[in-house]
Design a protein around this ligand. Structure first.
Ligand code: AMP
Length: 215
């Protein structure tokens, strides 16, 4: 099963993708996570990406497309994958469509996380992430068992550089300009399924599972 999670930053795509990954035993592929790994490892890609990421803009299409296409060639993606944060532009969607068409493996569903953009600043400002990639929590809406501590490895949780309020506003503008047109793009291809991303987390998972069950 090949699924795309589409939605603005803070709409819960990452959290739900991690849960679906466990339930369906197919990997979550997050270009944001892959890029942050490259930044941490200090690779040429990481150096090129960092400025774009810190400012809340997008990393250039050709870099992200190459990264994503290489990732979905890995054996763990053979049974399918959940794309989280890719595509973010029409050019990325076209590149993905072309690559999957060559394999005869089209996308089965695009889950559109519908949410009022005004709710997102609060969600993102309160987000805290594990520095070792074990997931994310929210100081109010989804707190860890011990405040400020990763439930999995015990590391001190951190706030992402791009979760500062001014950067969040830039990311929202980027979303509106570059990513929102994908709703129309996938709508025309009859694969778009919308969910109410403002509902409590378990309810959102329920909505996703019933969509997936119908594929
Ligand atoms: P995320 O973790 O998905 O919020 O992504 C964090 C940042 O990584 C974004 O604000 C972008 O700068 C960059 N990024 C992640 N995915 C993409 C993508 N598909 N295209 C361009 N930039 C991306």
């Amino acid at each position: 099963m090949r699924v795309i999670f589409l939605g603005p930053p803070g709409s819960g795509k990452g959290t739900q993708a991690k849960r679906l990954q466990e339930a369906q035993e197919i990997p979550q592929v997050s270009t944001g996570d892959l890029l942050r790994q490259a930044v941490r490892a200090g690779t040429a890609l990481g150096k090129e990406a960092q400025g774009h990421m810190d400012s809340g803009g997008l990393v250039p299409d050709q870099l992200v497309i190459a990264l994503l296409l290489e990732r979905i060639e890995q054996p763990d993606c053979a049974r399918g994958f959940i794309l989280d944060g890719f595509p973010r532009t029409v050019a990325q969607a076209e590149a993905l469509e072309q690559a999957l068409a060559q394999k005869g493996m089209p996308v089965d569903a695009v889950v559109n996380f519908e949410i009022d953009l005004s709710k997102l600043v609060e969600r993102l400002v309160g987000r805290r992430v594990c520095p070792n990639g074990h997931g994310e929590w929210h100081v109010t809406f989804n707190p860890p068992a011990q405040p400020g501590t990763c439930d999995v490895c015990g590391a001190a949780l951190i706030q992402r550089e791009d979760d500062q309020e001014d950067r969040i506003r830039t990311r929202m503008e980027t979303y509106r300009r570059d990513t929102e047109p994908l709703i129309d793009y996938y709508g025309k291809r009859s694969v778009l399924r919308s969910i109410n991303a403002l509902a409590p987390m378990d309810e959102v998972m329920g909505q996703i599972e019933s969509l997936i069950g119908a594929i």
